[in-house]
Design a protein around this ligand. Structure first.
Ligand code: TEU
Ligand code: CA
Length: 562
């Protein structure tokens, strides 16, 4: 089979399903999801038809940032279980035809990692150079912005050796020094360890940040947070390291890799994912997440601007249309729920808009990354009080706003839309107390709407959001046009409709999505509108006449064109 200008690869044809293990299924009543819990749910995963499971970090960690602060790269987090549990989970998934991708967090470790403990103990310790240190006798270090720090600076003073260490994220997440070849070798060895266990790839956390600028030069004083992120992603040796990682490790396995790519743009992403460069397979960006979201997750009027959304998604598609390969996703553990962000999560439209968004995402070119619970139409929890949050990002930012005398209520209101804990509430399995997630007290509150929104209620209902997701996955598997076909955006300026064409050889599919609660009409040039077949539809009918489609609220449909 020819696939346009793209070489076939299993990871291009896959749907990736992301599990946040802490919130998926608790098996021992401590309120924290664990590997045994996932093992108990592998048949659910198999029933979805997804191909790859991405697990958020499962390694030894004191959990300052829920596993994104690793203290043991070769061990399993105590709360999640044992290595025997992991081996069992891996074979259970493999037996059911699913592959497994782990989360590689190597821009930073935990401050409780033995490397950092050694590094901070003395300036002449052999591990000193595993991290970035700035001796205090040189004065204040050049300004670096931190994502999470409660005072905002990415340098933390450590009295023990009278020096500052660099941490782009929390103080408990010191950045590893990739400039040190010994550190790189440790990481490559560790990656081999996991591949030899049989895993199928890595999602690489903030991998764009691993190369730091020589001597930590001053950045212009007015550098904004967003510009800092772009600078962090432009370290001089990034591509040298990724190429080396590919040569030393990745090229030895039939694996997939995906960069978490903050700071990447359609202009520079090919430097990471162009096959010929032998770095990584895929990367995902934040540009659509940032529409209408400003500094510290504050929301403005552009939030939900469909014209911009279409423009962003299309620009990224075009950047990777001939070389490399794109990714598409609505959410993950760092972003609000799909239906709350781009649909309408009110009882009236929640199911309809969830299905439309499902249809949209699984019709796009690029590997879809699906986040657990979106297949049920789970929604943002919208915490009222800072005390309900567990995420250090929201908590630290709240305190910064408070210290600055800012509007904490406005901050809380925005975080009802943007806060990361919205996506981290426990998976809603059934209508029982705690949604079948745990018999104990859940680490993060369960959304009260689990009485209505849960897997048990949807599993056997042919009309459910869950079964719509399953059908859409099957359609994508049967229709190579949805995977490899060329993508053409139509009606870019239409404020409510997202309409595009997918074409492979002489096959043409038209995807129509109404991103609004109003009935709309979409006029398409006659040649496009000769519908021969309706492949998928979230309503019973699709009305069209003389090239004009009448779309009901949140209607989504895929049709073949003659
Ligand atoms: O996220 C990196 C990142 O860019 C996020 O900080 C993002 O900007 C933020 O969540 C706002 O949406 C990765 C992980 O996905 C995240 O969970 C970790 O907290 C972070 O790295 C540090 O490891
Ligand atoms: Ca548990």
């Amino acid at each position: 089979m020819s696939c346009g200008n793209q070489k076939r690869q299993w990871w291009k044809e896959a749907v990736v399903y992301q599990i946040y293990p802490r919130s998926f299924q608790d098996s021992n009543g401590d309120g924290i999801g664990d590997l045994r819990g996932i093992i108990n749910r592998v048949d659910y995963l198999a029933s979805l038809g997804v191909d790859v499971i991405w697990l958020n970090p499962i390694f030894g960690s004191p959990n300052a940032d829920n596993g994104y602060d690793i203290s043991d790269y070769r061990g399993i987090m105590d709360e999640f279980g044992t290595m025997a549990d992991f081996d069992e989970l891996l074979s259970a998934l493999h037996e059911r035809g699913m592959r497994v991708v782990l989360d590689l967090v190597v821009n930073h470790s935990s401050d409780e990692h033995p490397w950092f403990q050694a590094s901070r103990s003395a300036r002449d310790n052999p591990y000193r150079d595993y991290y970035h240190w700035w001796p205090a006798e040189n004065g204040e270090p050049p300004k670096r912005w931190s994502f999470f720090d409660e005072e905002g600076s990415a340098w933390a003073y450590d009295a023990q050796t009278n020096a500052y260490y660099l941490h782009y994220f929390d103080r408990k997440q010191p950045d590893l020094k990739w400039e040190n070849p010994q550190l790189r070798q440790e990481i490559y060895d560790m990656m081999h360890f996991w591949f030899q266990k049989g895993i199928d790839g890595f999602r690489l956390d903030v991998i764009t940040f691993i190369s730091k600028h020589d001597g930590y030069p001053e950045f212009p004083a007015d550098t904004t947070a967003l510009e800092m992120i772009q600078r962090y992603a432009q370290g001089p040796r990034l591509h040298e390291y990724l190429h080396e990682m590919n040569r030393e490790v990745l090229s030895h396995y039939d694996c997939m890799t995906v960069a978490e790519g903050p700071g990447t743009t359609p202009e520079n992403v090919l430097a990471i994912v162009d096959e010929d460069r032998q770095e990584l397979n895929m990367s995902y960006h934040f540009e659509h997440q940032n529409i209408g979201v400003g500094f510290r997750g504050m929301v403005d009027d552009d939030y939900g601007d469909l014209v911009r959304f279409k423009e962003v998604m299309t620009r990224w598609d075009q950047a990777l249309a001939h070389r490399g390969w794109n990714t598409v996703y609505f959410t993950n553990h760092d972003h609000p729920r799909m239906v709350s962000r781009w649909g309408d999560d009110s009882p009236q439209w929640r199911e309809r808009s969830s299905k439309m968004l499902t249809l949209y995402l699984l019709s796009m070119r690029g590997t879809p990354y699906w986040y657990m619970g979106d297949e049920l139409g789970m929604t943002n929890i919208r915490f009222e009080r800072i005390e309900d949050y567990q995420d250090l990002m929201t908590i630290n930012w709240y305190h910064l706003v408070e210290q600055e005398g800012g509007d904490t209520q406005a901050f809380l209101d925005s975080h009802k839309l943007t806060g990361r804990d919205n996506a981290r509430t426990p998976m809603q399995w059934d209508s029982s107390d705690n949604a079948g997630f745990t018999s104990g007290t859940p680490w993060l509150k369960v959304n009260p709407n689990h009485k209505e929104i849960n897997a048990a209620a949807q599993n056997n209902d042919p009309d459910s959001v869950l079964n719509f997701f399953r059908r859409m996955i099957q359609l994508r598997k049967q229709e190579p046009t949805l995977v490899y076909g060329h993508y053409d955006l139509l009606l870019p300026e239409h404020p409510r409709a997202y309409v595009f064409k997918r074409s492979l050889e002489d096959k043409h599919l038209l995807v129509l999505c109404n991103f609004s609660s109003d009935a709309i009409e979409v006029a398409l040039p006659g040649a496009l509108a000769t519908v021969t077949d309706i492949l998928m539809n979230n309503y019973d009918e699709l009305t069209h006449r003389d090239g004009v489609f009448s779309l009901r609220p949140w209607q989504g449909a895929i049709v073949s064109l003659g």
